[in-house]
Write a protein that binds this ligand. Structure first.
Ligand code: URA
Length: 248
């Protein structure tokens, strides 16, 4: 047994994967509770420094007709502070004409190191999940909501998502997938703009940027909790059915 395994922590992580912060109440903490007059509310703020890569960046999107030219345009992005902490900008990988796009949350440590999406243990499981519904990894295109790794794999901040999402939309415009499979609660809440639990999103068909989209568990969550594999299997079978219905 893993010495670091703590069932309490695992249960909390699982709770967070499905429900996010729904059960946690937002509270204000005073610095000096003994002297309320001096106390300042503590707030968790988004990073103060925002680096703008050049005002013309969005106009330049229109000049990019291929994923390669788009990569060249954005891979030095410094629009948020993750530009200073990343090792590599993790653009996305796969078939530039894919009919299926997979959208995850953000690069992890291994992805940051290699500059490629889903190459760690979760990536291997993703490859197996795709195989189970008769897709090869090279058939699909795999990207993330964020192109840079958040330190310590923390959840993406709203400002980071806001700055990075136009990149994903442009990738969708270039690839023109017929269907998107979104992995995990964090990616789904951001991509679908839904503030509901993963449980409530699973099984539904959404439309994102004009593209039919479904949601399932994040492979990293399945590694933590193999009991969810059955639910994932049901989700991806539904996704395959959706894809088959859109093929022609
Ligand atoms: N998790 C993600 O969401 N994306 C990756 O690329 C790797 C792990």
């Amino acid at each position: 047994m893993d010495n670091n395994y703590n069932p309490f922590i695992e249960a909390l992580k699982n709770q967070k994967e499905i429900f996010g912060d729904e059960l946690f109440e937002q509270i204000t903490i005073s610095v000096d509770t003994f002297n309320p007059e001096n106390s300042q509310p503590l707030e968790i703020k988004e990073p103060k420094e925002v680096y703008i890569a050049g005002n013309s960046l969005f106009e330049d999107f229109d000049k990019c007709n291929t994923l390669d030219s788009f990569y060249d345009l954005i891979h030095n992005c410094q629009k948020c502070s993750l530009g200073t902490t990343r090792t590599n900008f993790v653009f996305g990988v796969g078939n530039p004409n894919a009919d299926v796009m997979i959208v995850g949350e953000a690069p992890g440590a291994e992805e940051d190191k290699q500059g490629v999406t889903f190459v760690g243990r979760a990536g291997k499981l993703l490859t197996d999940i795709l195989k189970a519904i008769k897709f090869e990894r090279d058939d699909v295109y795999i990207a993330n909501i964020l192109k840079c790794r958040p330190p310590q794999n923390r959840d993406p901040l709203p400002l980071e998502v806001k700055e990075c999402m136009p990149y994903l939309y442009k990738q969708m415009d270039l690839i023109k997938p017929k269907a998107i499979l979104c992995l995990g609660r964090v990616a789904a809440t951001n991509l679908l703009n839904q503030k509901i639990s993963l449980t409530k999103m699973r099984g539904n068909i959404y439309e994102v940027h004009g593209i039919k989209t479904m949601v399932t568990y994040h492979p990293a969550a399945l590694l933590r909790n193999p009991n969810w594999k059955r639910g994932c299997w049901e989700d991806v079978q539904k996704f395959r059915k959706l894809y088959d219905s859109l093929k022609n």
